[in-house]
Write a protein that binds this ligand. Structure first.
Ligand code: TRP
Length: 330
């Protein structure tokens, strides 16, 4: 059987180095090694939390740009916006009707949200948040994806997707492909400039699409300890070292480690880190500069992708409608 990978990217925030190391770079590499790949911008997922239309809009553009500039090849990978394939929402409803509420009650994101409320557990929780995993299941099951690359925070959503597919297949006919997960960030936490996990919500990110100057500035801000030049330094729990490992080969990492033992100064270590990251980001930055004002190009790529995706989705939907009895009177 052909391998078909599919993954969605929620369109919130601006892409950072953590996204690049943990999701973008490995997914693009995987796409080059796989028969078929579908990557899409999960814009309907993003309106669950964000009600600011201009932020949504600019995030969709920046994230599309990030993937294209990092080497996503739209000739090889179907690249589209979820909202351009409205059949996904149709499937979402159908899957709603085979998903048990109890299953959704157990979702980590929902449980975390209610645990913050004291008197009224569901205060401030919209139905989109509650049924988030069902929209995600529709994204995946619509296209008979065999493998789904995700971060480890999505493991439960993937189990729910499999559960929902099996339930549908059992109730009707086995026409939905039950997908496998590919966990991309196994045991890998990318530290931000304050040493905690790099995340928009901690305000500690190194931006992916910034200028060279901005890159240097955030690297120089990485928190280290107060050891002086000449004093040996430990690579354990060192953000500079952890980041360096993601951009260098084994020999270079060993050299870097040795320089720690020999007492490299934090300034020099950061300088080395900067030049490593910068070297990898240079081509990405130059294609960003080329494309950032070319909205037509981005729109064309996405509309091309959605045309192809829709064709597949329409065929799948007619099969699905048929097995559930939503069909011509006969
Ligand atoms: N929930 C995913 C995340 O936050 C994004 C997503 C939406 C997704 N639909 C998907 C990932 C389908 C994989 C497949 O990372």
């Amino acid at each position: 059987m052909k391998k078909r990978i599919l993954t969605g990217i929620t369109t919130t925030g601006i892409p950072h180095i953590g996204n690049y190391i943990g999701a973008i770079r490995p997914a693009i590499k995987l796409a080059t090694e796989t028969d078929e790949s579908f990557f899409f911008l999960a814009d309907y997922h993003s309106i669950i939390k964000n009600k600011n239309p201009s932020e949504i809009k600019s995030s969709v553009k920046n994230i599309a740009l990030a993937w294209l500039c990092c080497g996503l090849d739209p000739e090889k990978t179907l690249f589209y916006k979820q909202s351009d394939v409205p059949e996904i929402l149709e499937l979402t409803w159908i899957l709603n009707c085979v998903s048990s509420k109890g299953l959704m009650n157990r979702a980590h994101a929902y449980k975390a949200a209610i645990s913050e409320n004291e008197l009224e557990p569901d205060k401030g929780i919209n139905m989109g948040l509650f049924s988030y995993p069902i929209l995600m299941a529709a994204d995946i099951l619509m296209f008979d994806s065999t493998h789904v690359p995700v971060g480890s925070d999505q493991i439960q959503h993937m189990e729910m997707t499999r559960d929902i597919a099996q339930r549908f297949n059992h109730l009707y006919k086995p026409i939905l492909t039950v997908p496998e997960s590919i966990i991309q960030d196994k045991e890998k936490v990318v530290p931000g400039i304050d040493g905690r996990k790099m995340s928009k919500s901690y305000n500690n990110v190194i931006p992916l699409l910034g200028t060279e100057k901005e890159l240097k500035k955030s690297i120089m801000k990485i928190v280290t300890n107060s050891l002086e030049p000449g004093e040996p330094k430990d690579t354990d729990n060192c953000s500079v070292y952890e980041l360096y490992k993601n951009f260098a080969d084994e020999n270079e990492v060993n050299e870097f480690k040795k320089s720690y033992e020999e007492g490299i100064s934090w300034g020099e270590a950061k300088e080395l880190l900067f030049s490593k990251i910068n070297k990898e980001l240079e081509p990405i930055r130059s294609s960003y500069n080329e494309l950032v004002n070319n909205n037509d190009y981005i729109n064309d790529v996405l509309s091309d992708g959605s045309k192809k995706a829709r064709q597949i989705a329409e065929d799948k939907m007619s099969q699905i409608r048929d097995v559930i009895g939503i069909t011509k009177i006969s």
